[in-house]
Design a protein around this ligand. Structure first.
Ligand SMILES: [Zn+2]
Length: 296
């Protein structure tokens, strides 16, 4: 009997491992949400790291391998992965994670997207912002929408654990609601302030907190900053009305630093994704750190 039980136990282990839903996401912020919602019922791999340039991700072999056995692929969408995902999906040769299937979830389809300026769009290079701004995850109000969507999709793929996924998403969203109140209070006196950013990365975040943006140092998304364009921004908004110049971690510092030193406007570096700075270790601390740096 003891022997039989041991055999049964050994046979059950691989089955249990296989039962975990294999999730591949394109960016680390989704990995963190998926891990919270899926907990020990899922394995999650992120293709990009927090230090990747979000528009131009170098795909490593481990991520390509994970995609070949993925049950669910979650993408940011709105063109953010356009430069690099198509070839990767084709090479995965996995029909169950192609667009239109239950194994494919595009987060840009479930939130309201900000349109980009039409004239700037004519100068925008391929693979940057094609008509809409793709950095929608930086609106904190969108994060619970993503948690719910991932839970709903996991429910379809693994109905046996549906109640676990829904309960995890509900608990996460409650906690997130509390944090949003905290960030609201931190940024209350920044309401109506004006900033300049290096890349049009924080549009959703700034809009959420009623912080105005005098412009991006890139004349159009993906176009290198010029002195002429910086002067145009300053001619419309004098430096004494600009509180911060926001810099990201993946573009060179030169343009932001130069503008900061010639005008005296403070330059701050903001994390944009989980792992982009050591302080932004998870989805909560990512938004904690953005608020903290802006509130300083
Ligand atoms: Zn961008």
């Amino acid at each position: 009997m003891k022997f039989l039980l041991s055999i049964m136990f050994i046979l059950l282990i691989p089955a249990a491992i296989q039962a975990r839903v294999q999730i591949v996401v394109t960016y680390p912020y989704m990995a963190d949400i998926a891990k919270i919602v899926g907990a020990d019922r899922v394995d999650v791999t992120s293709i990009a790291s927090g230090r990747s340039h979000p528009h131009y991700v170098n795909v490593n072999a481990a991520a390509a391998h994970a995609l070949k056995k993925a049950d669910l692929l979650v993408v940011n969408g709105a063109g953010l992965e356009e430069a690099w995902i198509e070839g990767l999906m084709k090479s995965s040769a996995r029909p169950s994670i192609q667009p239109g299937t239950d194994g494919y979830l595009d987060l840009s389809e479930i939130v309201t997207l900000l349109r980009e300026d039409e004239t700037a769009m004519q100068r925008t290079p391929q693979f940057t912002h094609q008509g809409v701004n793709p950095h929608h995850h930086l609106d904190p109000a969108n994060i619970p929408v993503f948690a719910d969507a991932i839970a709903a999709r996991l429910r379809k793929l693994d109905d046996a654990n549906a109640s676990v996924y829904l309960a995890n998403a509900r608990a996460f969203n409650e906690q997130w609601k509390g944090k949003m109140k905290h960030w609201d209070s931190l940024l209350l006196d920044k309401k109506g302030a004006t900033v300049v950013q290096r890349h049009a990365l924080f549009d959703y975040y700034l809009r959420h907190y009623d912080i105005l943006c005098a412009g991006s140092l890139e004349p159009a998304p993906g176009v290198s900053p010029t002195l002429q364009h910086a002067n145009r921004i300053l001619s419309e908004t004098p430096p004494d009305r600009i509180t911060f110049i926001i810099r990201d971690v993946f573009n060179t510092a030169t343009a932001a630093t130069h503008l900061g030193s010639r005008t005296g406007i403070k330059v701050i570096v903001l994390p944009h994704d989980v792992g982009s700075l050591p302080e932004a270790a998870d989805i909560f601390s990512l938004f904690d750190e953005i608020a903290r740096r802006l509130a300083e």
